[in-house]
Ligand binder design. Structure first.
Ligand SMILES: Cc1cc2nc3c(=O)[nH]c(=O)nc-3n(C[C@H](O)[C@H](O)[C@H](O)COP(=O)(O)OP(=O)(O)OC[C@H]3O[C@@H](n4cnc5c(N)ncnc54)[C@H](O)[C@@H]3O)c2cc1C
Length: 405
């Protein structure tokens, strides 16, 4: 198999070694185990919050925030190295909805009072956020959303429902898009509100997916009160803010480090997995060439992601490149998980043991082999083509903005 890895430039080796040592000494087996056993993008809050607190204490949690709001001041390459080392060390995912989606919005569009109130609580983990954008009939066509917010004195009264709301059952706050004006063009009548979910009128109903996970929900809002100070930006500016947020969701985070770490892990598992001819699976030319192709594609993605990070750092908006990242990342993700399923065969179908936090405890040695989590990961990875805006919609964006079709 072709082995070609990007070398870290000498200037960054000291930084990489510092991060690596920190991860080695602070990532407990419990945290690594929790990360390895996670079939979805989101780690269980129990695991994610424990890791969040450790990074918070070290001052490394807000590594993608501007420095004046508590960011680390790392260069794009340093941020990338950090993500890469975390992926290689099996660090759990962080609660991204607050840390990586809402926080940049508040830094950019929030009032000083919103920044002072919310940002420290996102960092400390006191607030756990979910994202209320999609509605029945308003997913790809998000501008069609119908949840209304009507001003009544110094409050809005919010009525409507949201769907596919990830981790709403854990969240105490939701940032959401609402319609504040029905008399103007659809996009112009949308506003961005911060909703306290611990109040009467908010109801969360679970949706259990094909993989057996309870990750997404329906959220019903019945005369829910939101103080006017929890409007982000101006009334009617919600669409612009949503586009800013979605660009971060699609391209602001780095997917390649995790994909490359998973390819490496699959390769190591396949070096032990017996093949039909009595050898090991990695010696099967078809398997090895599929894995090598995936690795090359993930490395190409790595370069695009680094370029986007640099653009963001220079204050440029990456635009349609984020759609390309989303398309490639979701495609490689799904193919890695499909290859893992084919590699592990029957052992990959042990669906009932994939959730150590909820289900029976299985010795870590078994989890170290990717088999036990292969089926739920494979099923869950299909969602990559849908969330953050479906792949068909990303292709439309690329056709319009890059190919000018
Ligand atoms: C696991 C998961 C987690 C999610 N988490 C969240 C969350 O936390 N918060 C949130 O707000 N939303 C969330 N979503 C919702 C997600 O953003 C929407 O599902 C997505 O935008 C697609 O919308 P839809 O489901 O309404 O599908 P539709 O828009 O109805 O699309 C159905 C199909 O038609 C295709 N299609 C639609 N319009 C076009 C077009 N113009 N051209 C070509 N094809 C088209 C789509 O690609 C898709 O294949 C999540 C979704 C999933 C699967």
């Amino acid at each position: 198999m072709l082995e070609l890895d990007f070398e870290i430039a000498p200037d960054y080796r000291e930084f990489r070694d510092t991060v690596r040592q920190f991860l080695q000494s602070h990532l407990s087996e419990r945290l690594r185990f929790g990360a390895r056993a996670t079939p979805t993008v989101f780690a269980e809050p129990e695991i994610a919050r424990e890791w969040q607190a450790i990074l918070f204490d070290r001052g490394w949690l807000a590594y993608n925030w501007p420095r004046e709001f508590g960011g680390t001041g790392w260069s794009p390459v340093e941020r990338y190295i950090f993500e890469r080392e975390c992926a290689l060390s099996d660090a759990p995912g962080l609660p991204v909805l607050g840390l990586k989606l809402l926080a940049p919005v508040l830094c950019h569009y929030g009032t000083p009072a919103q920044q002072t109130h919310y940002l420290p609580k996102i960092l400390s983990g006191e607030h756990y956020w979910c994202q209320g954008f999609s509605e029945p009939g308003a997913g790809s066509d998000l501008a069609n959303l119908r949840t209304t917010a009507v001003k009544n004195g110094d409050h809005y009264r919010v009525n409507g429902s949201k769907i596919w709301t990830t981790h709403a059952h854990f969240a105490d706050h939701m940032f959401c898009l609402v319609r504040t004006d029905s008399s103007v063009k659809a996009q112009r009548g949308i506003s961005f509100l911060l909703v306290d979910m611990k109040q009467p009128g908010v109801r969360v109903r679970p949706i259990v997916t094909l993989a057996g996970d309870h990750e997404v929900n329906e959220v019903f809002l019945d005369d829910v009160r939101v103080h006017e100070t929890d409007l982000v930006g101006a009334e009617g500016q919600g669409w612009t803010i949503a586009k800013f947020l979605l660009e971060n969701e699609r391209g602001g985070s780095c997917h390649a480090p995790k994909l490359l770490a998973d390819i490496r892990r699959l390769r190591s598992d396949a070096s032990r997995e017996p093949a039909d001819d009595g050898g090991t699976l990695i010696l099967d030319p078809l398997f090895a060439s599929q894995l090598a192709k995936l690795k090359l594609e993930a490395q190409a993605l790595e370069i695009t992601e680094l370029r986007i990070l640099e653009q963001l750092d220079n204050g440029q908006r990456p635009g349609p490149q984020t759609s390309i990242v989303k398309l490639v990342a979701s495609d490689v993700r799904r193919r890695i998980d499909a290859l893992a399923m084919s590699a592990f065969g029957y052992a990959g179908l042990q669906l009932e043991t994939h959730r150590p936090l909820y289900g029976p405890i299985v010795p870590a040695a078994i989890y170290n082999r990717g088999a036990q989590v292969a089926a739920p990961r494979y099923l869950n990875s299909q969602a990559w083509a849908i969330f953050g805006g479906s792949n068909e919609i990303q292709r439309n964006i690329i056709a319009k903005t890059v190919l000018m079709l």
